[in-house]
Design a protein around this ligand. Structure first.
Ligand code: ZN
Length: 122
C-alpha cells in the first residue's frame, strides 16, 4: 500500500504546473521481479490511493523486468525467473544482482481536457 501511495504522490508532483485541472490518464511503471510487488495488488492499492486525486481515473501500466544476475565465478550475465540465484552458465552461486530491484515511474500521461470532452468519457 505504501508503494501505491508513493506512486500517486510522485505522479501528482510530476504534473506540469501550467496545466489547469490536470488529470492523469495513465502511469507507466517498471517493476523488477525482485521487488515483491504483485501487479494485481499494486493496481488495487493504486485505485484506492488515487481516489479524489488527479489520478482517480488513471490506469496503471506495469512492465515487469526480469532478474539479471552476474556470476562472480565465470562473469556471465544471465536472466533468471526467480530465486535461488545461481549462474545459468556454470551453476555458481556467487552472483551479483544487476537488475530486478527497480521500481521506476517511466512516464505519466496527462489527459487532454479537450479530447476528453469530445470523447465524453467519465
Ligand atoms: Zn557462472
Amino acid at each position: 500500500m505504501g508503494i501505491a501511495i508513493r506512486i500517486v504522490e510522485i505522479a501528482i508532483s510530476a504534473i506540469p504546473p501550467d496545466i489547469e485541472d490536470a488529470r492523469i490518464e495513465r502511469v507507466n511503471l517498471k517493476v523488477g521481479r525482485l521487488t515483491a510487488v504483485v501487479p494485481e495488488s499494486l493496481r488495487f492499492c493504486f485505485n484506492i490511493a488515487s481516489s479524489d486525486t488527479p489520478l482517480a481515473s488513471a490506469s496503471l501500466e506495469i512492465e515487469e523486468t526480469p532478474i539479471v544476475i552476474e556470476c562472480g565465478e565465470c562473469g556471465a550475465e544471465t536472466t533468471i525467473e526467480r530465486p535461488p540465484f545461481a549462474c545459468s552458465e556454470c551453476g555458481g552461486g556467487k552472483v551479483t544482482v544487476v537488475s530486478g530491484r527497480e521500481l521506476d515511474i517511466l512516464s505519466i500521461e496527462v489527459a487532454d481536457p479537450e479530447v476528453e470532452a469530445v470523447e465524453g468519457r467519465e
